[in-house]
Structure formats: C-alpha cells, structure tokens
Design a protein around this ligand. Structure first.
Ligand code: LLP
Length: 421
C-alpha cells in the first residue's frame, strides 16, 4: 500500500496534489512519500519482531540524504557499498554501529575510512579482500568485524542482470570454499569474524529461492560452529520484490518473508540483519513528467514525455515495467488506446513502454511513473546534457525539494578546460 491516491479528480501524494509540485518545481521530478517510506520500513520491522534483528536500508536504492535521514530517525541502519554511501549514511545520521559495508570491490582507502569512522561489519566477498582488510586493520591497530558473503549457488529466478547468488555470478565466496575461508579468516590478525552474509538477488517475487538459500545457510552455520567459529550474526541481504504491475499476482509480503526466516534460521540464535532497498523505497516514489507531444507513427502512436532514460533507466536497462498513470483522474468509462511512451533522448532504448493502453491524454498533461522510488533517481545521469532530475519529499500536506534541479551553469561548470584550450 502506498500514499499516492486520486482525490478530487487528481493524483495526490499524501496531502499534496502532484500538480502543485509540478507547478512549483517543474518536470521531470521525483516525488517521495514519507508515510509510505515509514510504512514499508515498519512492515519489515514487524516481520522480524520475533527475532533479534537489524534492518539495514540498502542505500543504493535511493541515497538521498532526506530519505536516509527519515529512515534513520525511525531506527534503520544502512547497507552501504562505497565510501560515498558510508559518508552519506553518517551525514544522514545513521550511527556507525548500524552500518554494514557490502560490495565486491572495496578499496583499501574505503576500508580505512570505515574502520576509522566506525562500522558494524564488513561483508567480505573474497579471500584477497579478507587479506587486504586484515592488513588495513592491523595498520590502524584494530580488528575489522566481518561476515563473509557466501554464494549459495541458488537461482533467484529474477532478471538476469540482478541475480547474484548463482555460482557464475561475481558475488561472494563459493559455498564449497566457505569453511576454508573461515579458517583463513580466523588466522588473520586484523579480522574478527562475526557472522555469515548472503544476498541472492533483487526483485524476487517468490520465497522458494530464499528458502533454498536460508537452508544452505543454516547447514553452513552448523558446520562453521563445529569448526570452532563463533557465528552470532546472519546477514540475509535484500531482494524482496514489489508489485510493479497493477495486474498479476502480488509478491510475498514482508510478513511471509519474516515467517520464513524464523522457520529456517530462528533456531540458530543469531542476530538477523536484512538489507532491503526496493521494498522500502520503491513504491514510495513516482516520477512526475509532462506530455510534450502525441505523434502518429506508422501503425503506432507515440506519447513523448519530458522524462527520459537518463532520469529513469530501468525500462531501458532491464526491460522493467512501470505503471504510467495520468495525474488528472481519467473518467471511469474513458476508452483506452495503446501508446508507446518515449522520452526525448536520442536512442530507441529511450522507450518506457510499448503499446501501453492509456486513457486520452493531450500535450501539457501530467503523468506519473509509479514504483519509481528505488533505483530511479539513484541511477539517473545527465546523458544528453539533461540536468539531473530533482527530488521532492512529501510529508503530510507539506513538501520540500530535497535535491534541486541543477542550473545549466552548474551543468556546464562541472567540466574543466585544460590549460591548452
Ligand atoms: N544488499 C546487497 C548486497 C545488494 O547488492 C542489494 C542490491 C541489496 C541489498 C538491495 O536489494 P533490494 O532489496 O533493493 O532488492 N538496479 C536494479 C537493482 C540492483 C540491485 C543491486 N543490489 C534495478 O533497478 O532493478
């Protein structure tokens, strides 16, 4: 459930009409709902209430300072994957003791920064990374708290580009080498083993792959404990999917996921860490755009909007589906006609949807791309010299710009000329 609803014939975010935001900030613009963010965070909290746990919001989904601070104030930790995200999490008010550092290629500088600033845990993805982290920690006179990310060789049955737990994926240490890797970790002077980490993919719409992975994890914990390792934490990663399409079966709820965790891992007495990103912020955001032109092609009609693939790359990159709805509520009996929804960028990949049935729309109308809060603004670029899309946060009947649209001077000023030009 989210807080984007039709009211008085128009689409609102909580107590704010989206047309007011478009008027004040211009389009395209991302709009997020605080109530929806908090609702999704609390759903995860409730789902794991029976177990000691920490919800570490995966900042890569949406790293805006205001979004992260909203969640931090509600008690969330953060899952970060770079020095930039670590510093943003701290700036947003996430305590160091609630930050886990994931990622397959951490640099020594990043390790140093997080060790010096304080960190709950590094999720280490290879033996060479483990050795490097130990060296960095020893040089700082400390030990790095670590979970090893184990690749369980489970197919998450999601889009190929966001599947991470198969043996051919670049992530984690193969399950078959896990015991040896823990043996090596225990012998390193700069490493303090805390637990085991996994993350098998994103936008999972079925619990079966999670169940397979969690069962492998439980078996591994038993083996590692028998080998003498104190395993106190299990980081289960993120990945629970959200409903993108209005039609079709909804994905499992956080409560179902929580029950599965309790059933498969609860008996181990570990603290459970989860790293949800999309589930918290995905349906808490829309991308608001304006229709520029309706164009008749050969046998197709194009709806040309002022948002493009540089603002929301998911359809171009993953063939992702986003519902597109008019901001002015269409009449119940309005006839639907198929449109290709496209942006102004100069490539055919800049297509948001093909033959999408839409009610009547005209140039100047506003449309909202739904479920755009996760991996939307976070993956935006300035391709085609289009200024980075701004972001707005709504709370109740207030809204604030939480990232302004850069001016053209700022956009141009980001480049520098060498002395010979
Ligand atoms: N933890 C780790 C280690 C991850 O790699 C990810 C996502 C998450 C947590 C959060 O997963 P979530 O709960 O959001 O599914 N850009 C793609 C998604 C990439 C996901 C990358 N890793 C998209 O737009 O669908």
């Amino acid at each position: 459930m989210d807080h984007f609803r039709y009211r008085e014939g128009a689409l609102w975010a909580e107590g704010v009409a989206l047309s007011d935001i478009a008027e004040a900030v211009g389009t395209p613009v991302y709009v997020y709902s605080t109530a929806t963010l908090l609702r999704h965070y609390r759903l995860f909290e409730e789902a794991l209430a029976g177990l000691p746990h920490l919800v570490c919001y995966a900042m890569k989904a949406n790293g805006n300072l205001a979004v992260v601070r909203t969640l931090a104030e509600a008690g969330a930790g953060a899952d970060v994957v770079s020095a930039g995200e670590y510093l943003k999490a701290r700036a947003a008010g996430v305590p160091a003791g609630r930050i886990v550092f994931s990622g397959v290629g951490k640099t020594r500088a990043e390790m140093r920064l997080a060790l010096a600033g304080g960190i709950r845990q590094f999720n280490v993805e290879s033996e060479p990374e483990l050795a490097a982290l130990s060296e960095v920690a020893v040089a700082l006179g400390t030990r790095a708290p670590v979970a090893l990310r184990i690749n369980p060789d489970v197919d998450a049955r999601t889009h190929d580009k966001i599947s991470t737990g198969r043996k051919e994926d670049k992530f984690g240490i193969p399950l078959a080498r896990a015991r040896a890797a823990y043996g090596a970790a225990a012998a390193l002077p700069g490493i303090a083993v805390q637990g085991v980490d996994m993350h098998i993919g994103s936008q999972l719409t079925d619990l079966a792959p999670f169940e397979a992975a969690f069962r492998r994890l439980a078996d591994l914990v038993a083996l590692l404990r028998a080998d003498g390792h104190a395993i106190g934490r299990l980081d289960l990663g993120g990945g629970l999917g959200i409903p993108y399409a209005a039609a079709g079966a909804p994905p499992p709820l956080p409560a179902h996921y929580g029950a599965l965790v309790a059933r498969t891992l609860g008996h181990l007495g570990c603290e459970i860490e989860v790293e949800p990103g999309r589930l918290i912020v995905g349906n808490a955001g829309v991308l608001l755009a304006r229709v520029l032109y309706l164009k008749d092609g050969e046998g197709r009609r194009f709806l040309i909007v002022d948002a493009a693939m540089n603002d929301l790359v998911r359809p171009a990159m993953y063939g992702a589906h986003h519902e597109v709805v008019p901001v002015a509520e269409p009449a119940g009996e309005a006839p639907l006609a198929p449109f290709d929804i496209v942006g102004p960028v100069c490539e055919s990949a800049d297509t948001f949807a093909r033959a999408r049935p839409l009610p009547p729309l005209a140039a100047g109308d506003l449309v909202a791309f739904r479920s755009a809060g996760a991996y939307g603004a976070a993956m935006a670029s300035e391709y085609n010299a289009r200024p980075l899309v701004p972001e707005v946060l709504v709370r109740g009947d207030h809204f604030a710009v939480i990232r302004p649209r850069p001016t053209y001077e700022e956009l141009i000023g980001r480049d520098t000329l060498p002395p010979w030009l």
